[in-house]
Design a protein around this ligand. Sequence first.
Ligand code: N2P
Length: 367
Amino acid sequence: MSNIFLWLKATTALILVLCSFTGLTKDRHLYIYNWSSYIAPDTIINFEKQTGIKVVYDVFDSNEVLESKLMAGNTGFDLVVPSDSFLERQAKVGIFTPLDKSQLPNYQNLDENLLKMLAKHDPDNRYAIPYMWLTTGIGYNVDQVKKTLGDDAPVDSWDLVLNPDNLQKLSRCGVAFLDAPTEIFPTVLNYLGLDPNSQNPDDYKKATEHLSKLRPFVTYFHSSKFINDLANGDICVAIGWSGDIMQAIAAAKEANNNVNVKYYIPKEGAIAYFDVFAIPKDAENIDEAYAFLNYLMEPQVIADISNHVFYANAVTTAGPYLDDQIKNNSAIYPDAATMDKLFSLQIMSPKIEKLMTRSWTKVLTDR
Ligand code: N2P
């Protein structure tokens, strides 16, 4: 008997030693840093169930916040989600690891035209997997705006929120602007008839002057709070991201609270861009990161996310799994005429970057 015990003990010890050599007993982890309100409730849970990988999921709502972490290094994240123009600049300074596409069999599910568009920011699609694409437009409370500005409220134009007289009136029912200088400056430049990607400091002076006129009427600058506030009727207008505003529309419908929110892309044109997944150079859980990227490119998985967050994904084969309200939504998939008016963002010279940051702080702090 005691011999059997000894034998069992020795075999168990041997198995444990072998397991720890091969890493089999080690828990597998994956650290993800994504935008808030940008995933379906069961995306992570299902991935964990399928793979046994434990995901640590954290969120942000600003490219600047993500960038400062990436630039400082040692973020501890294995996957991060910058917007395309930010990825372009970050890749240039060697922040990301190039993608090994042979580890991504589902890469073939991606839309080739969208990949080509993204390649303007990420040549040869070297570092980034497109996640969602979006526009930056206006969300508004139909009844409150009508009550405040009357039947002629310009609810097809940037005039609604970028004309100081209108904004002054709307400030009574609450105004939110994104706290995103790299989006608000180009939006204002475009509204003023200037190049949204201008590299001319004088243009930024004009945009800053204009923003200073609007500033007293902006209730707050924040990049995620407006979803709930629009849905509850606590603000009546927001410059925000397409899907987030549509989440507010859905939340108000769900609450059945008589708040009627709409989203539009103004006739003067608006920003459109991709948010993308990339692997930081110092990521430790590379196999796990590839497993997640593959999972994200499964048609059903990414369609479930789009159905939940109201953003357009880049997986061609996801179409059949998309809800009709997503597929047929012109705010998510704009018509050709609207597409023509959308513009993307280019990276700025360090001088303009600095000018933008300084001017933004000035606008936000001068009251
Ligand atoms: C999700 C916001 C993602 C769009 N809440 C901003 N890049």
